[in-house]
Design a protein around this ligand. Structure first.
Ligand SMILES: [Zn+2]
Length: 220
């Protein structure tokens, strides 16, 4: 045990100096009572800085080429949009890296927005709304449940993610009802399965759902 001769106190653990007078301590240090955390090789902040730097270099380069050519061509616009998305994505990854559930949820919604945007601009909603989005919602909900189970989370801890996904997946029915989805089967099947899951939670696990939503809205 360490000892401060000035304050005449014994100090448990491992201290560089006396916690009271900040003077030197004598004696053998004990093993630290707290685990020592390893510093990550790349912290979120540095990842964010590197990606911001890359983005700026790319934007400056495109700006220079555009100035020389005196026009902003199609590929330049696409590169700018995609690099902004990639940059926003590193922000999401570094912000939610300790919360894998929030991370995959955010990533899947970015993916949905990206597919919708590309499909809307270039292919008139022929593949995203009919096929990709129904599959993405089913995959997201399945992954959420698998991941939460793997992390040994209780239903109460992750049910709000499911609620969120259920609410958004129901929006798939809007294009179906407006007759804008020419292949409505996947969207209807996907939403149907998801609503069955929602019904199961509401009927068999109402307590967990209520506790989780109470907690959620208290935070908000
Ligand atoms: Zn002291």
């Amino acid at each position: 045990m360490q000892y401060c001769p000035k304050c005449e106190i014994h100090i448990t653990g491992k201290k560089e100096c006396c916690p009271l007078c900040h003077g030197p301590v004598s004696g053998e240090p004990e093993k630290s009572p707290f685990p020592v955390l390893k510093k990550p090789r790349f912290s979120g902040v540095s990842l964010f800085k590197v990606s911001t730097f890359c983005l700026l270099v790319l934007l400056i380069s495109i700006g220079a080429v555009a100035l020389l050519q005196d026009e902003l061509s199609g590929w330049m616009t696409i590169t700018i949009v995609f690099s902004l998305l990639a940059w926003a994505d590193t922000w999401i990854v570094s912000y939610y890296r300790n919360n894998p559930l929030m991370l995959i949820t955010m990533e899947f919604y970015v993916l949905i927005a990206l597919c919708l945007g590309i499909d809307l601009k270039y292919t008139h909603l022929t593949w995203s709304v009919p096929f990709v989005i129904p599959a993405v919602f089913l995959l997201l909900i399945t992954l959420t449940i698998i991941l939460a189970r793997a992390m040994k989370m209780s239903l109460e801890e992750y049910v709000m993610y499911l609620v969120f996904d259920v609410v958004f997946s129901v929006f798939q029915l809007v294009p179906v009802l407006l007759h804008r989805n020419r292949h409505p089967l996947p969207a209807v099947v996907s939403t149907g399965l998801i609503l069955v899951l929602a019904a199961a939670v509401i009927i068999f696990r109402p307590k967990q759902l209520k506790n989780a939503s109470d907690k959620w809205f208290r935070i908000k």
